[in-house]
Ligand binder design. Sequence first.
Ligand SMILES: CC(C)(COP(=O)(O)OP(=O)(O)OC[C@H]1O[C@@H](n2cnc3c(N)ncnc32)[C@H](O)[C@@H]1OP(=O)(O)O)[C@@H](O)C(=O)NCCC(=O)NCCS
Length: 174
Amino acid sequence: MIRATMNVDILRRFLHYRKVERKRAEIELDARDLLQVESVGYPKAVRRQLSGRFARGASLWLYKLDDKVAGYGWTLTGTAIAPHFFPLGRGDEHLFDFFVFPEYRGRRINPSLVKHVLAKLALEANGRAFIEAAEWNTPQLNSLGRLPFHKLGHARKFFLFGRTVAVWKPGKPE
Ligand SMILES: CC(C)(COP(=O)(O)OP(=O)(O)OC[C@H]1O[C@@H](n2cnc3c(N)ncnc32)[C@H](O)[C@@H]1OP(=O)(O)O)[C@@H](O)C(=O)NCCC(=O)NCCS
């Protein structure tokens, strides 16, 4: 019995305990996780954003290492939420705002989380999955390069009379 406990302890030291949790409402987040997620920006603004997104039916996926949030990402079915503008079909999934805390970057957490999300959504969705990256965002482009996404096109966004206009074109940016 003592030996078994020691083995588990040794294993824990070498293997980080990972899990992914899906949250569909603010109330499902425990206080520590909420604090961690809020720390990414101005806490009140992040909180407002969380509430707004959950109210629209979005899910927040938390990637935990040893019970601490190391990264997260959002998904929403059938529509995109500002500042993302993407024409989606009814059953399509939009994956957006994936974030890995700086101390965990470069450890393939993002591709691992996206893969997990895709596998889960494949069981419940009947559409396609879309994700995007800014063309300057080398880390995200490198990270997505490890995933089975096909590059569909590029967009230019601009502001016109207080509204955002996104123009999508197939292929690579000129
Ligand atoms: C983009 C992001 C989610 C990638 O997460 P990740 O778990 O570090 O991803 P990966 O481990 O696959 O590393 C991807 C790239 O990050 C860069 N990277 C590696 N180590 C890094 C570190 N310590 N710090 C910063 N970037 C690093 C490298 O370019 C790496 O690609 P490479 O290994 O082919 O050189 C993360 O950098 C992040 O949260 N960035 C800020 C938010 C953001 O831009 N999100 C995407 C927009 S939706």
